[in-house]
Design a protein around this ligand. Structure first.
Ligand code: PGU
Length: 407
């Protein structure tokens, strides 16, 4: 008889954003006259700029003639796109070789996939709170113990608190795989070079691997803050970087990302280049490459014009962040983030729990946000609002909060 992966039973609940969608739908059904304003999931809303539409269209056009048609492409990705990404790093003074870059269909699937090259006994460490995919996918993979008192056994939680500016120090105990998300989802905090260096030093000392999720790197406006882990000397020896076109170019629905596995990265019983080769083996076996149409769009994103147009949209979302943050501060709420990341991290008033505040905000103002506790036990008592949205909707949501939230 077939059996199931019983690790699924260990999961504490539904996937966070699925739970929010369910509760929002319920509210809308019970309150048909209410206009629900969604600042929950970080989902892009602005149309793609013309240079990128041209790139995507070119991808479609190429399929229309014998001379330019292509079928299966390289599993590692289109060589032109890999080169363009190597240049993207080079422009930042970072050397990443084409061979070290693997094109993906987005960061979310990559984050669990990458685990396949690591042993099931590896101990993982995560920032707390953080994007829930790191923890949930490791639970499913069997790398954790049971869930008790809001925590999974065998996970090292690195608390991100108001006191440490939401950027933790490396853990005191040993960890093999350390997930780092900077700019951080949900707190919006960005680790400095010095703070990241502490993690690189830890990883080299403990022979651990950093899995650096840089999905929001392009939202950093402070030039002194690192946008890639490879800005830190030594990181090539111990870090994998996962990034995405989703937030930087509005590709949330288009789907495109990339992963860097440095040739220098060495883990237990491997030589230089071997981890990169393992990932190549995994990809050639289990992935048939990202869509050729989409990769043509990705090339357009990385063009000079594409970069200029994407920056304008990022500025637009960050203007939304400013509007939200300012209004909430005016109400007397304690608010973080929103400066180098598209998320506003709010301390719930009167020590309300995150889900209590979710219900209150939805009922009183019809605004949907994300309860901080959904990102880990350290997020309890906090709440996240996303700055992705049309300006008029953001303004409407802010006005409704100012007018209707009873605090
Ligand atoms: N990494 C981080 C840190 C993210 O916040 C998200 C999306 C992703 C990766 C996903 O990137 P893709 O390249 O689009 O796969 N976070 C959003 C969406 C939530 C979800 O899981 O669908 C958020 O609201 O947190």
């Amino acid at each position: 008889m077939a059996t199931i992966n019983t690790n699924f039973h260990k999961l504490a609940g539904s996937y966070l954003f699925a739970e929010i969608a369910k509760r929002t739908k319920q509210f809308a059904e019970n309150n048909p006259s209410a206009t629900v304003m969604r600042l929950g999931i970080g989902n892009t809303t602005e149309p793609l700029p013309s240079s990128i539409i041209k790139g995507l269209s070119l991808g479609v056009q190429k399929l229309a003639s014998v001379a330019t048609y292509s079928g299966y492409g390289d599993e590692q990705g289109d060589a032109r796109l890999r080169l363009a990404l190597a240049d993207f790093y080079k422009n930042r003074g970072i050397t990443v070789l084409e061979q070290e870059i693997f094109i993906s269909d987005g960061a979310k699937p990559e984050l669990p996939n990458i685990q396949q090259i690591f042993g099931s006994n590896n101990v993982i460490a995560v920032q707390d709170p953080v994007y829930p995919v790191y923890v949930d996918s490791n639970v499913i993979a069997g790398r954790t113990g049971v869930y008790t008192n809001g925590r999974y056994k065998k996970i090292v939680y690195m608390p991100c608190t108001q006191k440490n500016g939401f950027v933790p120090m490396p853990p005191k105990e040993h960890a093999d795989l350390i997930y780092l998300c900077s700019p951080n989802n949900p707190t919006g905090a960005v680790a400095t070079k010095k703070q990241l260096k502490a993690f690189v030093d830890f990883a080299i000392k403990h022979k651990s691997v950093l899995i650096f999720d840089a999905a929001y790197s392009e939202f950093i406006s402070d030039k002194t803050l690192p946008r890639s882990i490879y800005e830190i000397p030594g990181a090539q020896k111990c870090a994998i970087e996962i990034n995405s076109f989703s937030k930087m170019a509005g590709f949330t629905g288009v789907r495109l990302g990339w992963t860097v596995i440095p040739l220098e990265l060495v883990i237990e019983k491997t030589e230089k280049g071997e981890v990169n080769k393992l990932w190549n083996r995994r990809q050639t076996t289990m992935f048939n490459g990202a869509s050729n149409i989409v990769q043509e769009g990705g090339l357009a994103v990385l063009s000079k014009e594409g970069q200029r147009e994407c920056k304008k949209i990022i500025t637009y979302y960050m203007e939304n962040a400013k509007i939200i943050k300012k209004a909430l501060e005016k109400l007397g709420l304690t608010v973080f983030g929103g400066e180098n990341a598209p998320y506003i991290w709010i301390k719930t008033p009167k020590n309300m729990s995150s889900w209590e505040f979710f219900d209150k905000l939805l009922n009183e103002t019809h605004v949907v946000g994300t309860p901080g506790s959904g990102f880990g036990p350290g997020g309890e008592g906090y709440f996240r609002l996303s700055a992705f949205g049309h300006r008029e909707n953001i303004e409407k949501a802010v006005q409704s909060i100012q007018k209707n939230l009873k605090i």
